[in-house]
Design a protein around this ligand. Structure first.
Ligand code: 4F9
Length: 226
């Protein structure tokens, strides 16, 4: 079973996304376990300080090493983590192959940064992997951690209703997904491609493959040459 521990200054941000839909169903089914930990609970002074001014000056505050280190070490005393992941714009770009790999792990620890970042020594001492969800800056690592959790958890066998549906996702075969249609057969004069109504399984499969390839060529040619 996959267990994910998330270290954050804002654990309440996770309540919505983790409390509904696929993720909560996976947790209820006992297929995944999610735990958030408030880094502030590991602060070492009575003011519960977790950030400080950057050495050398510059804008913004930096998350201090001590509270984060204590939080990580407390968790590591209870179990061994396969990866300690820091969500950061300078990490490796998340893709489906990274998601597939991480969905097979047992214990993951995710660190969400805030302010201007986390003291570099935390990264040096504890972080085994740095992941970015795209080339943009967020207000913190929390939303990136939620994206990562969603991408991973839906791949765990038994989480999706139709066991094959994750396999037909865009990217799972390096291709974008073909267009999909449901009733009615004509909507505002636009018809569903007749082949989809033909009942001819072989032709339908061929059409879907063709559409996927065409769409990938048009929109993301880079996926084909990789
Ligand atoms: C993390 C952005 C992962 C993109 C963390 C500010 C981030 C991020 N991918 N932005 N803190």
């Amino acid at each position: 079973m996959l267990r994910i521990d998330i270290l954050t200054l804002f654990p309440e941000m996770f309540e919505g996304p983790f409390g509904s839909s696929i993720i909560s169903r996976a947790v209820k089914k006992g297929l995944a376990e999610l735990h958030t930990h408030n880094i502030r609970d590991y602060a070492f002074n009575k003011h519960r300080t977790v950030d400080d001014y950057p050495y050398g000056g510059g804008a913004g505050m930096v998350m201090m090493a001590e509270p984060v280190a204590t939080c990580i070490e407390t968790l590591q005393a209870a179990r061994t983590y396969d990866e300690v992941i820091f969500l950061t714009p300078d990490g490796d770009l998340l893709n489906q192959s990274v998601s597939n790999e991480l969905s097979t792990r047992e214990n993951l620890l995710l660190l969400c940064g805030h302010y201007k970042g986390v003291d570099e020594r935390v990264r040096e001492l504890f972080i085994t992997r740095e992941i970015s969800i795209g080339d943009y800056v967020l207000s913190g690592g929390e939303i990136a951690a939620m994206v990562l959790c969603d991408a991973i958890i839906r791949l765990i066998p038994g989480v999706l209703n139709d066991e094959t549906s994750a396999l037909s996702d865009s990217f799972q075969n390096q291709l974008l997904s073909p267009p999909v249609y449901t009733r009615p057969a004509v909507f505002r004069k636009l018809e569903v491609p007749p082949v989809l109504l033909s009942g001819n399984d072989k032709e339908i499969r061929k059409w879907k493959e063709d559409q996927a390839l065409q769409r990938t060529r048009q929109r993301r040619p880079g996926l084909l040459s990789d």
